[in-house]
Design a protein around this ligand. Structure first.
Ligand SMILES: [Zn+2]
Length: 316
């Protein structure tokens, strides 16, 4: 330990702890109270530099922390299905936490990719494999994720849903927790166990805003019955997705334009379905120019032709 490191450690003991990415080292930096106001910024940068030994990396992190720059490109979400491999997590009622967390995370990814644009999703594990807690955080840090969302299932007596963030975090992390928590509760309508804080490894070692959700209790018979139901797990995913979309202002994909039965009968026309049916059945055809003329009156002769075609269909 040399003099500079010693000085650094001394300053943090007087400072306000913030969560940051220590690249495997300690996870706090601070603005010492003793530094004159005009010198704070330089001191701030200098401290982070000491930590990361990489000026460019440090400046990027600094920009991110104080939100100087808007987010360019896609929002990067690192989803973390809890446990896996040799670690099944909590086990009860024929369910294993590691299977449920992977299922819910995959549903979240599928929904986001299918319904929203400008969002990139990665999982810390894609299958039933061992990934250490620090490794999960490192994956998100190295990718430069904008948000880390860890999915778990509770155990130990209780019922309902709760969320966790790290105790000392930037205000926006608290906002993200508020929004996502509210959306999940609204969607699943279970007991709200509250917005909590905890010194969990994946929350502590991630460099970006991070949240961990505990999705019901595997050892509670009623909760377990819900977790066994794929429709309920879909609801859990839907709640997380609604929260993420709201928190990060994700844009919905434009609905694909479904062509109607005729150029002048779009799929949005009130009778499009009926017109498609009679067209497919060969009872009515388009006009010579290919249009249908949905608002044109039918003559008695045309009606007779249509009815005759129908009778022929029925009686041969
Ligand atoms: Zn867990």
């Amino acid at each position: 330990m040399d003099g500079t490191v010693g000085l650094f450690i001394m300053t943090i003991s007087f400072g306000i702890p913030f969560k940051t990415d220590g690249d495997g080292g300690p996870l706090y930096f601070s603005v010492p109270f003793s530094v004159p106001r005009k010198g704070i910024i330089q001191h701030f940068l200098w401290q982070i530099t000491l930590f990361t030994w990489n000026v460019r990396d440090c400046i990027d992190k600094f920009k991110k922390m104080i939100c100087i720059t808007g987010r360019g490109g896609a929002m990067k979400l690192m989803l973390d299905p809890g446990h896996g491999g040799h670690d099944p997590g909590a086990v009860a009622h024929g369910l294993r936490e590691k299977d449920l967390t992977l299922d819910i995370a995959q549903r979240i990814r599928h929904m986001l990719e299918a319904e929203y644009e400008g969002v990139e999703v990665r999982l810390t594990r894609e299958s039933d494999t061992d990934v250490s807690l620090s490794q999960r955080a490192r994956m998100a840090n190295q990718w430069g994720a904008d948000f880390f969302l860890s999915i778990h299932v509770n155990a130990g007596g209780g019922t309902g849903w709760e969320s966790y963030r790290f105790p000392s975090v930037p205000a926006r992390t608290v906002t993200y927790q508020d929004i996502i928590h509210a959306e999940v509760i609204r969607e699943v309508q279970v007991t709200d166990r509250g917005k909590k804080t905890a010194n969990f490894v994946v929350l502590r070692e991630t460099a970006m805003p991070a949240l961990l959700t505990e999705n019901l209790f595997i050892d509670n018979a009623q909760d377990a019955a819900r977790l066994k139901d794929a429709a309920f797990r879909e609801k859990l995913a839907r709640g997380h997705v609604a929260g993420l979309a709201k928190a990060f202002g994700l844009k919905r994909k434009e609905a694909p334009v479904v062509p109607g039965p005729f150029p002048d009968v779009p799929s949005s026309h009130w009778a499009a379905e009926a017109i498609q049916v009679v067209k497919d059945a060969g009872l009515m055809t388009g006009r010579e120019d290919g249009s249908f003329g949905p608002n044109e009156p039918v003559t008695r002769a045309q009606m007779a032709v249509i009815l005759a075609a129908l009778l022929k269909k029925i009686y041969g």
